[in-house]
Design a protein around this ligand. Structure first.
Ligand SMILES: Nc1ncnc2c1ncn2[C@@H]1O[C@H](COP(=O)(O)OP(=O)(O)O)[C@@H](O)[C@H]1O
Ligand SMILES: [Mg+2]
Length: 510
């Protein structure tokens, strides 16, 4: 690192309130980040986490409250002003310029860059900095060629190059593999321990909080609801603070019986991607009754195409899919015969019609069968409304109104409605779910997870694709790793070595 000019500042936000129109995003929120601490900021989606850190960074200005730096009340007028105080921020998305090299990105980020850049001396200065940097990134490589993990590291190196002393990270690991997240957070952790940096981390992953953070602040609906030293808290306590009530995880799930006969069998499956090149290079997998098989992998390794082939939205170029030993050709009738249902990613786009009502969307799976179809194509509106009300109650869809256009519901409620539809369309034997909780808040995540376990315990063969390895290790009975259009690894949650899985996901096959 550069010769240490200033130690990390003591940052206090006191009684911050901020309103956007009719939304009170923050009300009387205080945060205290002591020099040399690694603090986590937790809260469900919409809790106000991004808003408070944007106030600290000068992107927003609080309606009331005060920010103190080293005890002095300070007005942070702009992100530039925040930077001068040693505050820097890393976002979930990348801010680097892809067509430029790492070196160009870092040098051009300097706020006090002269009008005419002396590249030679700048490059020398940067080389000196990088020599002492804790992880090595080739300064001459173009950012567009870097992996997500490498990009996030460069974002952090950029902040350190700009002499950030208090680094704010807003969900920086949501695009990283578990290995990459550990590398990035471990690096920050070491700098914090050395006293060179303070960090404030927004994350949804309790594992990261427990492993790296020494203190926690929890927000709920714009208010401070608790916090303390990580050592004195446990995960369920934190989750409870976030959600305002005890998590009733797995209560209604029932118990699991041993997996039964093979239900879904995929052999040597091949398919081409949108660009005409082969993306599935011979997939073999089996899901038995009463079993959740998880497919781990970084997106873009053939998962989407696999689901599309199974659901009949993409043709296969080779191999075979069978359900209960019968050839599976995914037509509507066949899907119904095989008692097959799917819970797709982004259901609003892929499995629902936004402007139709919740009840109509729920009836989609069954509307071409009696009692919904009485005379030809005449739909029985009353039966549809009855089904809607019934499923809304069973799956706690909010608001509980069958007549609302489904597009007006929050993500978690759309997912519940679609899950309700899929699981209610008769006796189900196969459920395929692709990233079913992506972008949902904790309560919705728990609900969907419970339903998946419950579904398995009822004897359904469940194929669960997810980019979140923690989710798979929690739910699946077997975990397969998909990389480069192939299944490259198989393990069980008990035997799983997350680091090894991470390497497999990153394409390092041994
Ligand atoms: N620029 C904005 N304009 C209007 N409303 C906003 C804006 N930013 C955030 N909000 C609202 O403020 C609340 C808190 O949002 P945010 O701080 O982004 O939550 P979090 O980061 O915890 O998910 C939400 O209800 C959100 O819709
Ligand atoms: Mg946010």
């Amino acid at each position: 690192m550069n010769a240490l000019k200033t130690p990390p500042p003591h940052l206090e936000a006191c009684g911050i309130s901020k309103r956007f129109g009719s939304v009170q995003a923050l009300e009387d929120v205080s945060i205290n980040v002591q020099p040399g601490s690694f603090q986590a900021l937790l809260g469900e989606n919409g809790a106000g986490k991004s808003t408070i850190v944007k106030c600290l960074m000068g992107f927003y200005h609080a309606d009331s409250g005060e920010i103190r730096i080293n005890g002095t009340p300070t007005r942070i007028a702009s992100p530039q002003a925040a930077r001068r105080l040693g505050l820097g921020m890393v976002f979930q998305h990348f801010t680097l310029i892809p067509s430029m090299t790492v070196a160009e990105n870092l040098i051009l980020a300097r706020p006090n860059l002269p009008f005419v850049i002396d590249w030679k001396s700048e490059t020398r200065q940067l080389a000196d900095f990088l020599k002492q940097a804790p992880f090595q990134v080739d300064p001459h490589s173009r950012v567009s060629t870097l992996s997500a993990g490498q990009k996030q590291k460069v974002e952090i190196l950029k902040e350190l190059y700009l002499e950030t002393r208090l680094l704010i990270l807003d969900e920086p690991t949501s695009v990283l593999t578990r290995d990459e997240a550990d590398e990035v957070l471990g690096f920050i952790h070491r700098l914090v321990k050395k006293g060179e940096l303070s960090a404030l981390l927004i994350t949804h992953k309790f594992r990261e909080v427990m492993a790296y953070c020494d203190e926690v602040t929890v927000l709920r609906r714009g208010r401070f609801v608790g916090g303390g030293k990580t050592a004195s808290l446990d995960v369920s306590g934190m989750a409870e603070m976030m959600m305002g009530e005890a998590r009733v995880r797995n209560e209604a799930v029932g118990t699991r019986s041993p997996a039964g006969r093979s239900v879904l069998r995929i052999e040597g499956l091949r398919a081409r991607g949108d660009n005409g090149l082969e993306v599935l290079h011979g997939i073999d997998l089996t899901v038995r009754a009463g079993e959740i098989v998880g497919i781990a992998g970084v997106s873009g390794n053939g998962q989407r195409e696999l689901v599309e082939v199974i659901a009949g939205q993409r043709g296969a170029t080779g191999g075979r899919i069978s359900v209960n030993d019968e050839d599976h050709r995914p037509t509507r009738a066949m899907l119904r015969n095989h008692k097959f249902c799917t819970l797709p990613e982004e259901p609003l786009k892929n499995a629902a019609v936004a402007r139709m009502t919740v009840a109509e969307n729920m009836a989609f799976g069954v509307f071409d069968q009696p009692p919904f179809q009485r005379a030809g194509f005449l739909l029985d509106r009353k039966a549809i409304a009855r089904l809607g009300r019934d499923l809304i109650a069973k799956f706690s869809v909010h608001p509980p109104s069958p007549d609302a256009p489904i597009g007006e519901l929050s993500g978690g409620n759309v997912q519940r409605a679609i899950l309700a539809r899929e699981l209610s369309s008769g006796q189900v034997s196969v459920l395929v779910a692709a990233n079913p909780v992506f972008g949902l808040d904790f309560k919705a995540v728990d609900f969907i997870h419970e339903r998946l376990l419950q579904t398995r315990n009822q004897g359904v063969a469940v194929l669960l694709l997810s980019e979140d390895l923690d989710e798979l290790l929690e739910l699946a009975d077997r975990v397969l790793v998909m990389s480069g259009g192939m299944i490259v690894h198989e393990t069980t949650p008990e035997k799983a070595d997350p680091a090894a899985i991470g390497r497999q996901m990153a394409g390092h096959h041994s």
